[in-house]
Design a binder for this molecule. Structure first.
Ligand SMILES: [Mg+2]
Length: 334
């Protein structure tokens, strides 16, 4: 428990003798920081410059009386938390009730009973101290919760990112495709998908080492993110050297155009690959598909179809775009 001298007390009384008597009582109880005001106006001036822990307020004062000052204090957000003990020369039940109803903490009447004064003053201050402490804990808790939420958000973010390339990972893709699909169904939109992978990547790794392989993956991911740039498009690492792109509300022609740009952009990186049969540089093969969402279809169908198109691109010599649309890529089936 803090020492008495830590508390700041304010006496408000128009009578000088009363102020002195009260001050002496309080000093004897160990309080050291006591200010006194002789009217409401002076009290308000002091209150604007100091933090008080308790106000001892006389009711009978000229001009602004104790009730008026109390009403003012309780209406002021910056002052309403300071406990007020009302002091009166009369001990009338009506007056006590009125003060308590207005928000006073307690009531004392003159002449002071020293024991009562001591008990009520220290009870008020102790309650105030606990309330202040509670407020500090509440703020600390709020602060801690905010930090925790931030950390959780970062963790959530990290769990959805591919550690090597920094783009979305497979897990993110799984959520994103389900979400994009349900939106496309609701909006009766066409959704397109591109799956692509790096040609002769095993040979690249074997020849240039895994560090160079990682660097190659990073560069391809970066280029893909640069090329696919609408806010709702998703570029994700699907696994190994395989990537996937979700293109919501995109017709097949648009998706195919993007796929061709992407193929060109990757080749333009001019990452030497002496062991590729497709080019002297690192290249990618891409499978593209698009479907009007809805009906009996699920999104697993567009993934499977994009995969079939990619397989076709590989089969036909790599470093190219192949498109799958229902019935038209039948060549693959034979
Ligand atoms: Mg008076």
């Amino acid at each position: 428990m803090p020492n008495h001298e830590d508390f700041n007390l304010l006496i408000v009384d128009d009578n000088e003798m009363n102020r002195d008597v009260l001050r002496r009582h309080l000093v004897r109880q160990g309080y050291q920081q006591i200010l006194a005001a002789e009217n409401g106006k002076e009290a308000l001036e002091m209150l604007s410059g100091h933090n008080f822990d308790l106000i001892l307020l006389d009711i009978q004062m000229p001009q602004m009386n104790g009730y008026e000052l109390l009403a003012y204090l309780k209406a002021d957000l910056k002052l309403s938390h300071i406990p007020v003990i009302m002091i009166s020369a009369v001990d009338e039940i009506d007056s006590v009730v009125r003060c308590i109803e207005m928000g006073a903490e307690d009531y004392l009447h003159k002449p002071f009973n020293r024991v009562l004064l001591k008990a009520r003053t220290s009870a008020c201050l102790e309650k105030k101290r606990l309330r202040d402490q509670e407020e500090i804990y509440r703020q600390q808790l709020e602060e801690a919760n905010k930090k925790l939420a931030e950390v959780n958000q970062q963790l959530e973010q990290l769990s959805k990112l591919d550690g090597l390339t920094g783009i979305a990972n497979r897990r993110y893709f799984d959520d994103a495709i389900a979400k994009a699909w349900s939106i496309a169904v609701a909006e009766k939109q066409t959704i397109a998908l591109i799956i692509f992978d790096i040609d002769f990547f095993k040979q690249f790794n074997d020849a240039y080492g895994h560090q160079a392989g990682d660097e190659c993956l990073k560069q391809v991911a970066r280029v893909a993110q640069r090329t696919i740039k609408r806010p709702h498009d998703v570029v994700a690492r699907y696994g190994g050297e395989e990537f996937v792109v979700i293109l919501p509300n995109t017709p097949l022609s648009g998706a195919e155009k993007l796929a061709r740009e992407l193929r060109q952009d990757v080749e333009n990186l001019q990452i030497n690959h002496a062991y590729s049969a497709a080019s002297m540089y690192v290249t990618i093969s891409l499978g593209v598909t698009a479907v009007l969402a809805g009906g009996d279809r699920g999104y697993s169908e567009i993934i499977a179809n994009a995969d079939k198109a990619l397989f076709l691109a590989k089969q036909q010599g790599k470093n190219q775009v192949q498109v799958w649309h229902d019935g038209l890529s039948a060549g693959l089936i034979t």
